[in-house]
Design a protein around this ligand. Structure first.
Ligand SMILES: C[S@@+](CC[C@H](N)C(=O)[O-])C[C@H]1O[C@@H](n2cnc3c(N)ncnc32)[C@H](O)[C@@H]1O
Length: 332
């Protein structure tokens, strides 16, 4: 078990955005060390319930300890949030008042050297959140073609030097450790220039590819509309523009009634809004928070609320008790 602490980012803002209320039901899709989950459980007591999910079994072990005083109101599940709907159905946990996603990786994982998430410590190139996944960063680095590597580094790392880096990686193979990869990338781009280590983007790209992060995010977002009760809130914190773009487009799309191209005189798609945007602009940490927790500096939070629409949440019953917690929930 690790002694490193993970400071939850935008903690007060998350509790406010989720409109946490006593007796509410919440899903934390990215449990990590359980920092946000603890605040949600505190604010939803008495009677609140939380389903906490994390792909990393180590995170579940840490959160189980950190949330031990909520043993009867928190259910912690080691799973991928891409399977959100199956998990909620299995535990009969829907509809819910709020869903939180605090994406990326935690300080606990960064400090956990054997996983190789960081180029600052020597470790094997693994980078899997879930150690049962098949593909590791080493598999990608040592077996993918130069052009596939370049595509990954460019698309997931938004790295301008992707081709140069991919070529140098292929020449230097086999590469099994973080520090070796970091130095190969540094050689490829001609040494350090700015404040940011030249391997930062390549490491981000490999982590996203290994864990299929963007695909899982898209899949999970699509499932949130079926699980949120009417009036329920979706809160997502992302840490780089690729994630934020997916979240922004999802929320914008779900808050529009028609998705036909503007040149169409009448709507053919029949799409009906399922959400309304709560904040039009992203919420970012204060200067004070960034000073206290530099890791928070790239955080961007977006919030949307489930509205009544043609497509209803799972378990929705038209004439069931209105006004569950003042917000028109229809519970099973
Ligand atoms: C930034 S941390 C969350 C920290 C947490 N909010 C806290 O307060 O301690 C992100 C967590 O999401 C998990 N994660 C990332 N992608 C996931 C996925 N597709 N399914 C489940 N968990 C995922 C990671 O393993 C990591 O523990």
């Amino acid at each position: 078990m690790l002694s490193v602490a993970h400071k939850p980012v935008l903690l007060k803002e998350v509790v406010t955005a989720l409109a946490v209320q006593p007796g509410g039901r919440y899903i934390d899709c990215t449990l990590g060390g359980g920092g946000h989950a603890r605040a949600i459980l505190d604010h939803s007591s008495p009677g609140g319930q939380l389903l906490g999910i994390d792909a990393d079994p180590e995170a579940i072990r840490t959160a189980t300890l950190n949330l031990s005083r909520f043993a009867y109101s928190a259910l912690l599940v080691n799973a991928n949030f891409a399977n959100l709907d199956d998990i909620c159905r299995r535990y009969n946990f829907y509809p819910v008042h709020g869903i939180l996603m605090d994406l990326g990786l935690s300080s606990l994982q960064l400090a956990n050297d054997p996983r190789g998430f960081s180029f600052q410590h020597e470790a094997d190139l693994d980078m899997r959140f879930n150690p049962e996944q098949k593909i590791t960063a080493s598999d990608i680095v040592n077996t993918y073609s130069e052009s596939d590597l370049a595509n990954i580094i460019r698309s997931y790392g938004e790295e301008d030097n992707s081709y140069r880096i991919a070529r140098r990686i292929v020449q230097a193979r086999p590469i099994y450790t973080t520090l070796r990869l970091a130095s190969v990338v540094e050689e490829a781009v001609g040494g350090r220039k700015g404040r940011i280590h030249p391997a930062t983007r390549t490491f981000q790209a490999l982590r996203i590819a290994v864990n299929e992060e963007l695909e899982h995010l898209e899949e999970a977002l699509r499932k949130t509309t079926e699980l949120l009760g009417i009036g329920g809130r979706l809160v997502v914190i992302s840490y780089h523009s690729l994630e934020d773009r997916i979240v922004k487009h999802f929320m914008q799309r779900e808050s529009r009634d028609c998705l036909c191209p503007p040149r169409m005189p009448v709507c053919r798609c029949g799409h009906k809004a399922t959400m309304r945007l709560i904040n039009k602009k992203v919420i970012t940490p204060s200067e004070q928070e960034i000073e206290q927790n530099p890791r928070s500096r790239s955080a961007r939070m977006r919030v949307a609320e489930r509205i009544d629409s043609d497509s209803k949440p799972y378990g929705y019953r038209k004439n069931s008790r209105p006004g569950f917690g003042q917000r028109g929930f229809s519970l099973n």
